[in-house]
Ligand binder design. Structure first.
Ligand SMILES: NC(=O)c1ccc[n+]([C@@H]2O[C@H](COP(=O)([O-])OP(=O)(O)OC[C@H]3O[C@@H](n4cnc5c(N)ncnc54)[C@H](O)[C@@H]3O)[C@@H](O)[C@H]2O)c1
Length: 361
């Protein structure tokens, strides 16, 4: 291990597919980090200009690492993360933290037991627009929150499913791959969800996993919300189309993924358009509504996520998204799936107790 205060942090990447290769590029772009090794059973030994191993175990044994980024298939996340924490390296673990809530709790327990440094890759939380929106909503800039609505829909190419079997199997699907990001952000921006009611469909792609989900939410603060996610339908709406985080998506400036509605104004995110009445007059739906934009410096989520992770590795920061926090998001996704399966509204707190304590729901 390095002297972490002076030398670049030595990072290994586990899983160098679509997402892992992007992490390799982010590491290479950061002078405080060094790509020390990669582990992937199918990676060519000369593809990354660093030692390459067939799996995490071989890499941990041979490479002198400070940290790893885990971007392997979802079902491997928890075992791989525990293996790395046991070896004493810090972990940035891609989302979803696990494929079910019980597995996520196993990781939470391991992080506590091993005093592990672990950040979960809900990268959107690192975007400056999210911090600004959270501050605006928290400070009541649009009044008490009444409701929120949002959408993420993009048509993935058929090869995404045909070429990569795990993308069409249990543990994937639009809820665990995509909606998990949105529900995580809604928890971050609006607080805990108390009730969820969902409908899902696999009608368009006809796979074992769902391609579309519609979710209704009740938040602890009394607000209600709805979110629609689909990997089968074309749309310009969603986080990825409204930011320049992932260059594979067409970028539509002034795009919106979430609309927050308060008693004195409204806010769309991530373009941070704020709609409000003139505060000097008593205003209602007949009054003119003006639009202004909250200001934030331009910055991408992934670069900021890596910079934050390096501070977590050095012991200078607590993870912005801990295993326990991400487990809360996963509980919500799983509660939504259960709601869809049974056709009932699910009480999320009760669901968490039932899963962690093995009580009947
Ligand atoms: N944060 C984001 O926006 C985002 C975007 C895409 C994917 N992801 C996440 O990243 C992870 C990877 O997704 P992807 O789309 O890159 O998948 P992928 O299938 O393209 O890549 C996974 C890689 O893991 C490798 N792998 C399989 N078994 C392994 C093992 N035992 N050890 C090491 N490597 C192994 C595979 O060979 C493959 O190269 C998933 O958890 C996914 O949810 C996150």
């Amino acid at each position: 291990m390095n002297n972490l205060e002076t030398a670049p942090v030595r990072v290994g990447v586990i899983g160098v597919g679509f997402m892992g290769r992007q992490h390799v590029d982010f590491i290479r772009a950061n002078p405080d980090a060094e790509l020390a090794a990669v582990a992937d059973p199918v990676a060519a030994s000369d593809a990354f200009a660093c030692p390459t191993y067939p799996d995490a175990g071989a890499m941990l044994e041979s490479a002198d690492l400070d940290a790893v980024i885990i971007a392997n298939p979802n079902a491997l996340h928890v075992d791989t993360a525990i293996e790395c924490l046991t070896a004493g390296v810090a972990v940035l673990l891609e989302k979803p933290v696990a494929v079910d809530y019980a597995e996520a709790l196993r990781l939470v327990d391991a992080v506590d037991r091993l005093h592990g440094r672990l950040l979960v890759g809900h990268h959107r939380r690192h975007h400056p627009a999210v911090a600004r929106a959270r501050a605006a909503i928290g400070a009541g800039e649009i009044g008490p929150l009444v409701a929120v609505s949002g959408l993420w829909s993009a048509r993935k190419e058929d090869a995404y499913f045909t070429d990569t079997p795990w993308h069409r199997q249990r543990g994937a699907g639009v809820m665990l791959i995509n909606l998990v990001h949105d529900l995580d952000l809604l928890r971050h921006l609006c607080g805990e969800v108390t009730e969820v009611h969902a409908m899902v469909s696999s009608h368009t792609r006809n796979l074992d996993v769902e391609d579309t989900a519609s979710v209704n939410l009740r938040f602890d603060n009394g607000a209600v919300g709805s979110f629609l996610a689909s990997d089968a339908g074309v749309s310009p709406w969603g986080w990825d189309q409204s930011t320049e985080d992932t260059l594979e998506f067409p970028f539509l400036p002034d795009g919106s993924a979430y609309q927050f509605v308060g008693t004195r104004g409204a806010l769309s995110v991530p373009n941070l358009a704020k709609y409000s009445y003139d505060p000097s007059v008593s205003a209602d739906w007949h009054s003119p509504l003006s639009r202004s934009y909250l200001q934030v410096p331009p910055a991408g989520s992934f670069h900021r996520q890596l910079a934050h992770f390096l501070e977590v590795v050095r012991g200078n920061a607590a993870p912005l998204v801990s295993a326990a926090d991400a487990a809360g998001t996963l509980a919500l996704v799983e509660a939504a799936a259960l709601s869809a399966q049974r056709g009932v509204t699910v009480d999320v707190a009760r669901f968490r107790v039932s899963r962690s304590g093995d009580l009947p729901l």
